[in-house]
Design a protein around this ligand. Structure first.
Ligand code: HEM
Length: 392
């Protein structure tokens, strides 16, 4: 859907995907509960101790939050079995899946004006796209044999589904609903893989940004309040916690902005004391999410954290025709993912470099961008590992 500016095609795709993803009013709450439970499981499985050193350690990025998001997208959307200890017959590990989705996200959303990385990115994205499309094709045909493009395929897929029924698979509800639209296989795959790309690494990064933001000493007061809220866990406390998530994403956003091509001559009001901007059809303009969310007209005292600001002021996932349908989902799910983390006793950064996300701020198009430094010295938009400690 993201690739189509033709309203008829775009709207039909969007409706198909969203009906399958959110079939009931409590779908978001169910997904959020699933992600929370997975985070709890990962904390138990992936924490470790050092001999003679107090505290229990975990890599909150690569060990926990990235994996919750990857488990969700693989199991609930793409229908891809990961290679894990419990499932050694899976083809790709959690890390490989994360890297493929991150590459595809970067080429789709972030790299329009990065000629220096475009060649390598194109190559990596092509390979990742082929793999995810093939694995997703297999999953769709197994769930809905009638989608196979020829008679032989339909017979084989049908026989297989009789012997090994797919109805118990975690991806069955989403894939079977979307396949029941009768749309051609290539259109289904394009939409499903597109959704997988848009909804995975973004959630992981948003959750990491939130945890990192509130672990800073400068935010000790807010952290204490978050710890109080996650213990209460009632609807009102959760709503306030979502306000803290919005504030972290506003001041530490995963996606700093987006490009737009101007369709007709127009004037864009900027608010505050800034003059309106005149744009002409054919101009390419950069909408800076980060800067817009510091506009005192919409966010009085913009650098102050206030979880009670009106929800409607935020447009962190874009707006308009291609507006992200995952905006509420993002806030609800991240709040549930961070509950078990901030619920850990005496949670703090690990000592030394391991406890800090190596990063620097670069001003690109008048917008502050967070650039992460990977452990091998390369740089990019994705947070590398960060260790935290708690008292078990
Ligand atoms: C921190 C989390 C997220 C961020 C920062 C984010 C950001 C964005 C942005 C900037 C766009 C393009 C908007 C535009 O062009 O105006 C977008 C589109 C989209 N996002 Fe998200 N997103 C996030 C989470 C999600 C989630 C959880 C889902 C799935 C439920 C999702 C699904 C989509 C889809 C399907 C589109 C394309 C919509 C269309 O073309 O109509 N996103 N997102």
């Amino acid at each position: 859907m993201l690739l189509f500016d033709d309203a008829k095609r775009h709207d039909a795709d969007r409706a198909m995907v969203l009906h399958a993803l959110f079939p009931t009013q409590d779908s978001i709450a169910q997904y959020a509960a699933w992600c929370r439970a997975d985070t709890v499981k990962l904390i138990q499985e992936r924490s470790w101790n050092y001999d003679g050193v107090p505290g229990t350690y975990m890599d909150v990025v690569n060990g926990i939050l990235n994996n919750t998001a990857i488990h969700f997208v693989s199991e609930k959307i793409l229908g891809i079995e990961l290679k894990t200890k419990a499932n050694p017959r899976g083809i790709h590990t959690e890390r490989e899946m994360y890297e493929m989705l991150a590459t595809l996200f970067r080429i789709t959303f972030l790299s329009f004006d990065e000629p220096e990385s475009k060649f390598a990115l194109n190559d990596a994205a092509f390979r990742a796209g082929v793999i995810l499309n093939l694995l997703n094709t297999k999953a769709i045909m197994e769930v809905a044999p009638s989608t196979a493009p020829n008679a032989v395929g339909r017979i084989i897929a049908g026989a297989r589904s009789l012997i090994w029924p797919e109805t118990e698979k975690p991806w069955y509800p989403f894939l079977s609903t979307i396949a029941s639209t009768g749309r051609p296989l290539d259109e289904l795959i394009g939409n499903i893989v597109g959704l997988g790309i848009a909804s995975s690494v973004t959630i992981a990064q948003g959750a990491v940004h939130t945890v990192d933001f509130y672990l800073d000493d400068a935010r000790a007061k807010e952290r204490a309040e978050i710890i109080r809220l996650v213990k209460k866990d009632d609807a009102q406390s959760t709503e306030l916690l979502q306000g803290y998530v919005r504030e972290a994403l506003r001041l530490n956003p995963p996606v700093p902005g987006i490009w737009r091509d101007v369709a007709v001559d127009a004037t864009i009001p900027q608010g505050g004391n800034l003059p309106p901007i005149k744009v002409k059809a054919g101009d390419r303009i950069w909408g800076s999410f980060r800067t817009a969310h510091l506009n005192p007209d919409d966010f009085p005292n913009p650098y102050t954290i206030d979880p009670r600001r009106p929800k409607a002021s935020y447009n962190l996932n874009g707006t308009g025709f291609h507006m992200c349908p995952g905006t509420t989902y993002t806030q609800v799910v991240i709040a549930e993912m961070i509950k078990p983390i901030f619920g850990l006793k005496n949670l703090r950064r690990a000592p030394g470099d391991a406890g800090i996300l190596p990063k620097y701020q670069d001003i690109i198009r008048e917008t502050e961008n967070t650039i992460y430094i990977n452990r091998d010295g390369t740089t990019g938009p994705w947070p590398p590992s960060m260790h935290v400690v708690y008292d078990a």
